[in-house]
Design a protein around this ligand. Sequence first.
Ligand SMILES: *[C@@H]1O[C@H](CO)[C@@H](O)[C@H](O)[C@H]1NC(C)=O
Ligand SMILES: *[C@@H]1O[C@H](CO)[C@@H](O)[C@H](O)[C@H]1NC(C)=O
Ligand SMILES: *[C@@H]1O[C@H](CO)[C@@H](O)[C@H](O)[C@H]1NC(C)=O
Length: 330
Amino acid sequence: MMYSRNKFNRLTRNEYLPEIIMIIVMIIMIHFCNTYYEYTGNQYVLIDDDHLNEFCPLYPSTMQGSKDVIMLENAEWSDSPNVQMGGIFAPNDCKSRQELAVIIPFRNREYHLKLLLKYLHPYLQKQKRSYHVFVVEQIGNVTFNKGIIMNVAFQEALKTRSTFNCFIFHDVDLVPENDYNVYECDKKAPRHLSPAVDELRYVLMYNHLVGGVLALSKEQFTKVNGWSNLYWGWGAEDDDMAERIRNSSYRLSRPPNHIGRYKMIRHEKRERAVNRHKLLQGWKRYLNDGVKQLDKIDYTIENVHQEKLYTHILVNLTRSATHQLDYLLE
Ligand SMILES: *[C@@H]1O[C@H](CO)[C@@H](O)[C@H](O)[C@H]1NC(C)=O
Ligand SMILES: *[C@@H]1O[C@H](CO)[C@@H](O)[C@H](O)[C@H]1NC(C)=O
Ligand SMILES: *[C@@H]1O[C@H](CO)[C@@H](O)[C@H](O)[C@H]1NC(C)=O
């Protein structure tokens, strides 16, 4: 008897049809509300609500949305008449919301840098950001160590201006496509600005990915103790950063995929770090290996000078630069 009753219920299921339709409509409505919201408000700003009106808007009318990025065969250094020597800009018609230090780690990629700066300067100016571009280059003949030079750039930037409150670490080979992707730090958590990269078919590869373009406030960077100094060669120092962020109880902030879009400038394969997986397993050492330990690293700043479009920091590293931290690897 039970069997036939169930069957009967199933047959009359359509009496729930109005409810089912209503639920579907609600899901669609929530979806649309969300995408609308994502354009304008999925980040927590650093400014107090009471003072919000005194500053440039988060989405000034000068923004244009998506723009085609054209890869040129021979990029030249572009003219940016509004940029001050050293790669500095501030809007003159409103009060800037944050002071950004844009930090680009670099080695032997002049073409990439030319192309990136050609797009990045007008992009940030349309957003009415107040910013200063630092290109930090590793010289000397040893393997690349991106973590150390980014930590060095953080410290050097603060020496030039102690009021920087947002640090944007920017790979040289990623050009932003949509200027609604505001270069601004999020009060609650580090913000991963590059979830969608064309080479990766514009999808986020894994949820704790932070590579590419990452914005941290000064407090956030200090709390996670900056980058690890121990990764030589390419790869995994960003995954190490993801662990630092997670262990510091932050939930990553991100623009939605249709906004956080980037074009990657192609390049030849790079030297991968051989021991990167092993290193990554030891991320828990992070309070003993980061920007606070820079004084234990043997590096020299050979030069800091102002170019037309950026401030150039040249850092010389030797292979034994991290010997005082090697005990952490045992
Ligand atoms: C880097 O430092 C090493 C050791 O002090 C020195 O021999 C080398 O000439 C420096 N390289 C550059 C490019 O300044
Ligand atoms: C620099 O590296 C190249 C190639 O790895 C090597 O041939 C050269 O001898 C090195 N130069 C110095 C000064 O160590
Ligand atoms: C951070 O890592 C330590 C060591 O594994 C662990 O004890 C602690 O609970 C972690 N904290 C958070 C917030 O994940």
